[in-house]
Design a protein around this ligand. Structure first.
Ligand code: ADP
Ligand code: MG
Length: 232
C-alpha cells in the first residue's frame, strides 16, 4: 500500500535520511524502531510531504505521491499523528473532533459517535477543554482526530512516549483494534515491547539508515540487532 524507495531527506544542509526504503502492505502494522534521533519522525514527515525527500520515490496505493502537499496526502487517505500531541487547547474534546471531520463517502466512515464508541474514555469528556486532558487522553484525542479524516493508512509517531504503563497498555490495545477496523499502520516507536506486540513486520533505523528489516518474529529473536540499535 505504501512504498518508500531510496529516499534521502535533508534539513537545510544536514543530510538526515540515507537511502531509506520500506514497504507496508494493506491491512498490516509495520513498525519503525529506533533510538531517539535515529530518523523516525523525519521518515514520517517525508512520507507526509512535510520534509520532502531530495531523492528517491514514495508511492501510495500504486501511485507516486512525490511532490504532494500534506493536505493532498490527507485527501488520498493518509492520516498523520505527529509526536507532539498538539490539540486545540481552548476547544472541547468534541470540537477538536468536529473540526477535523472529513467525510470519505463510503460506509466505513468514522463519525464523532463511532470515535466515542472506540475511545470510550473520550466520550465521557466530550465537553472538557482539550488543554486540561492528561497525556494519555491527549494522545487518544490526536489519534481520534486523525480517524475523523477517515484515513485508510495511519502514520503514528511514538504514540506511547512518556505515558504511564497502564495508559500504554490501553493505547496498545486500541492501536491493535485499528488494524481490525481495516486500517494499515506505520508505527514509529522507541518502545520495543509495544512495537513487537502490535506489528507484523519491523524496520530498525539508526543514524538515518535502515539497519534491519524482517518479520516481527525474526526481529524479536534477533537479540543482536535489538541490542545494537535499540534501547535495552
Ligand atoms: N528541524 C530540524 N532541523 C535540523 N535537524 C533536525 C530537525 N529535526 C530533527 N533533526 C535531526 O534529525 C535527526 C533525526 O531526527 P528525528 O527524525 O526527529 O529522529 P527520531 O524521531 O528517531 O527521534 C536528528 O539528528 C535530529 O537532531
Ligand atoms: Mg521522533
Amino acid at each position: 500500500m505504501l512504498e518508500v524507495e531510496g529516499i534521502h531527506t535533508y534539513y537545510g544542509l544536514s543530510h538526515i535520511l540515507f537511502d531509506v526504503s520500506l514497504k507496508v502492505s494493506r491491512g498490516e502494522i509495520a513498525c519503525l524502531l529506533g533510538r531517539n534521533g535515529a530518523g523516525k519522525s523525519t521518515t514520517m514527515k517525508s512520507i507526509m510531504g512535510l520534509t520532502p525527500p531530495r531523492q528517491g520515490t514514495i508511492s501510495f496505493k500504486g501511485k507516486s505521491v512525490m511532490g504532494k502537499k500534506p493536505y493532498q496526502l490527507a485527501r488520498l487517505g493518509i492520516g498523520y499523528v505527529p509526536d507532539d500531541r498538539r490539540v486545540f487547547a481552548d476547544l472541547t474534546v468534541g470540537d477538536n473532533l468536529e473540526i477535523s471531520e472529513r467525510r470519505s463517502g463510503d460506509s466505513a466512515t468514522w463519525t464523532k459517535e463511532s470515535v466515542y464508541d472506540f475511545f470510550e474514555a473520550l466520550g465521557h469528556i466530550d465537553h472538557r477543554k482539550a488543554g486540561l486532558l492528561s497525556g494519555g487522553e491527549q494522545q487518544m484525542l490526536t489519534i481520534a482526530r486523525a480517524l475523523m479524516t477517515n484515513p485508510e493508512f495511519l502514520l503514528l509517531d511514538e504514540p506511547t512516549e512518556g505515558l504511564a504503563p497502564m495508559v500504554v497498555k490501553t493505547l496498545e490495545e486500541q492501536i491493535g483494534k485499528l488494524k481490525d477496523r481495516g486500517l494499515t499502520v506505520l508505527l514509529a516507536e522507541q518502545n520495543q515491547k509495544v512495537a513487537l506486540n502490535l506489528s507484523d513486520q519491523g524496520y530498525v533505523i539508526d543514524r538515518g539508515m535502515i539497519r534491519y528489516h524482517g518479520s516481527i518474529d525474526d526481529l524479536r529473536d534477533n537479540e543482536e540487532v535489538r541490542k545494537k540499535y535499540l534501547l535495552v
